[in-house]
Design a protein around this ligand. Structure first.
Ligand code: NAP
Length: 251
């Protein structure tokens, strides 16, 4: 299955220090990518786990609460490895509050990381793809709340619904450059992002009883989907948001 081979490719993964981002960085490395890992405070154990696959890791520190670092991230990737082939827009945050009490700060903080920086980093990387004239792959991380309303997460739902729409728009504009823009919508995954939900016995039981696969997902569950969307195997897939949810949306 050479069509899934990523040997010699370079992937930028935001939020690669933990959770789903770490899982996807390691999966892409195992498939052959050198990894440009973007993290805010520290790269965690991801560099060692990437290097254990035989690939290289470039450690880039950036706070995606603003768009200021986007050009630096692309520059750092080129300096480290000379090219970029894949971008995984994974960094994201969530704030929980009733809509009646939701603050502007909780709105802006989530929209800035989850949607605004995702767009402008995609733009910076797509400009590099156009310059390289070899196409490229952009994989956004969406959510069940790209499809559903959710509750007490107004800015998160707005941002992730926006990610689904932007994925389509960017696919429409950039397919002509050989760039595939798609998204992965994880279901309920056991990471720091969902620690509060899993800690609430009632919500935990409600969620588990609705998942046909009868378990929370793990970062490893995204390995196959992210490699597929980063590889030539998905060259004719444009603007799709792939749910990886244990069947949640099928219920
Ligand atoms: P996580 O463990 O909380 O990881 C979030 C990542 O985003 C961390 O690496 C974090 O860095 C990074 N990040 C947050 N704010 C940032 C900023 N201002 N600048 C740079 N990096 C920043 O959560 P996760 O579950 O792995 O989430 C990864 C993505 O999946 C998110 O987009 C999330 O919305 C999405 N998702 C998760 C689930 C789920 O069930 N877990 C479901 C659907 C979608 P720090 O470690 O420095 O904070």
């Amino acid at each position: 299955m050479k069509t899934f081979d990523l040997d010699g490719k370079v992937a930028i993964v935001t939020g690669s220090n933990t959770g789903l981002g770490a899982g996807m960085a390691i999966a892409l490395a195992a498939a052959g990518c050198d990894i440009v890992g973007v993290s805010r405070a520290g790269a965690g154990d991801t560099p060692a786990r990437v290097e254990a696959t035989g690939r290289r890791f470039a450690d880039v520190r950036a706070d995606l609460a603003s768009t200021a670092p986007v050009d630096d991230i692309v520059r750092a990737a080129i300096e480290a490895f000379g090219r970029v082939d894949v971008l995984v827009n994974n960094a994201g945050i969530i704030r929980r509050e009733d809509a009646l009490a939701f603050t502007e700060d909780d709105w802006d903080a989530v929209m800035d990381v989850n949607l605004k920086s995702l767009f402008f980093l995609s733009q910076a990387v797509a400009r590099q793809f156009v310059k390289q004239q070899r196409g490229g792959k952009i994989i956004n991380v969406a959510s069940m709340l790209s499809f559903q309303g959710g509750i007490r997460v107004a800015s998160y739902t707005a941002s992730k619904s926006g990610v689904l729409g932007l994925t389509r728009l960017l696919a429409n504009e950039w397919a002509q450059h050989g760039i595939n823009v798609n998204a992965i919508a994880p279901g309920y995954m056991a990471t720091a992002n969902t620690a509060a939900l899993r800690g609430d016995v009632q919500r935990n039981d409600e969620i588990l009883s609705r998942i046909p696969a009868a378990r929370w997902g793990t970062p490893d569950d995204l390995a196959g989907p992210v490699v597929f969307l980063a590889s030539p195997a998905s060259d004719y897939v444009h603007g799709h948001t792939l749910a990886v949810d244990g069947g949640w949306l099928a219920r």
